[in-house]
Design a binder for this molecule. Structure first.
Ligand code: TYM
Length: 331
């Protein structure tokens, strides 16, 4: 709780062009909290540099991610939208929480294991302590709910453990956050390797549908999606490719899986893939045009991020001061 209100916090890394996984698993669900929660949505650039970034691209994607938040329906008047590095309290509390996070806990994080396998030449300390910074993001705002995709569940559990550990030593300092993992869209899979998560850093362009892809590309990628040798559109074990396409179609159209099975009864995969591509492209079209309009107005985006950082910094300072007092820092 932040004062009288419940709080929601989530973040997206500006580390690649965002995918429909980011959209369906996370961003699309953020707006639902705006009316009843004090809402913080952050572009987590400090997290992004745990892997090597090209500075000009990082800068561009930071603007783009903020613009996408707004284009996906987050009204800056109702949501605090900001950039992580603009609020130094994140790095400060991140360091403090490093000292309350165990080496063994961090070693068990699957994202760390995956990323260190993928970036063997750059297994830096930031990549290792990434989840403690993520806990700081969340705990600074006395967050009640964190909407994320399924891949962030383990990080959320660690954030809860860190909060409880700190509270049990120093009293009720942090709200212990709950994850909010949306049912259907929580794990969108790669179109080329449907047992692996769709990831914005995937190097195979056909595996990933990006929020900003033109309609033709979207249709083509779905047409090429890996399926199986069966011909029936049915949600079943062993049909990972079709299950993923049905999930995506369900998210974009609101139809249930049994309705989708009936809709495509007696029709082949070709028809189905085209329908998924069209539903996806149609749903993204308004987001894309709003995005283009926003990106043409950098001054507006800068005013949003500046106001967001000011509000976030004010809220974060209250928690950080309390933490410092508890620790015995002279303030
Ligand atoms: P990131 O930038 O990898 O992803 C942003 C959000 O998108 C979700 N997501 C997916 N959901 C469904 N299917 C997929 N294929 C898929 N891929 C990504 C992620 O679960 C996430 O919700 N560590 C976070 C960023 C972060 C954060 C935070 C999140 C930093 N601090 C505090 C919440 C609270 C990350 O790397 O997200």
């Amino acid at each position: 709780m932040l004062g009288e209100m419940k709080a929601v916090f989530s973040g997206v890394q500006p580390s690649g062009n965002l995918t429909i996984g980011n959209y369906l698993g996370a961003i699309k669900n953020f707006g639902a909290f705006s009316e009843e929660y004090k809402s913080f949505y952050c572009v987590v650039d400090l997290h992004a540099i745990t892997v090597t970034q090209v500075p000009a691209e990082l800068r561009r994607r930071t603007y783009e991610t903020l613009a996408l938040y707004i284009a996906c329906g987050l009204d800056p008047a109702k949501n605090t939208l900001f950039v992580q590095s603009h609020v130094p309290a994140h790095a400060e509390l991140g360091w403090i929480l490093d000292c309350f996070t165990m080496f063994g806990e961090l070693s068990r994080m699957t994202q760390f294991k995956d990323k260190s396998a993928k970036h063997a030449e750059n297994i830096n300390a930031g990549l290792f302590t990434y989840p403690a910074l993520m806990a700081a993001d969340i705990l600074l705002y006395q967050t009640d709910v964190v909407p994320v995709g399924a891949d962030q569940k383990q990080h959320l559990e660690l954030a809860r453990d860190i909060a409880q550990r700190f509270n049990s030593r120093f009293g009720d300092v942090f709200t212990v956050p709950e994850p909010y993992i949306a049912g259907t869209g929580m794990k969108i899979m790669s179109l080329q390797e449907p047992t692996a998560k769709m990831s914005k850093s995937d190097e195979n362009p056909n595996a990933v549908v990006r929020i900003l892809d033109p309609k033709d590309d979207i249709i083509r990628k779905f047409r090429r999606a890996v399926t199986d040798s069966d011909t029936v559109v049915r949600f079943a074990e062993g049909k990972d490719g079709i299950n993923n396409l049905m999930t995506i179609y369900s998210c974009f159209t609101g139809k249930r899986l049994d309705e989708i099975e009936r809709e495509f009864d007696g029709r082949g995969y070709g028809d189905f893939k085209l329908a998924v591509g069209e539903a996806c492209a149609d749903a993204l079209a308004p987001v894309q045009s709003e995005f283009a309009r926003l990106m043409a107005d950098k001054a507006y985006l800068e005013s949003v991020m500046r106001a967001g950082a000011e509000d976030a910094a004010r809220c974060a300072a209250r928690t950080l001061n309390k933490v410092k007092k508890k620790l015995g820092f002279v303030i």
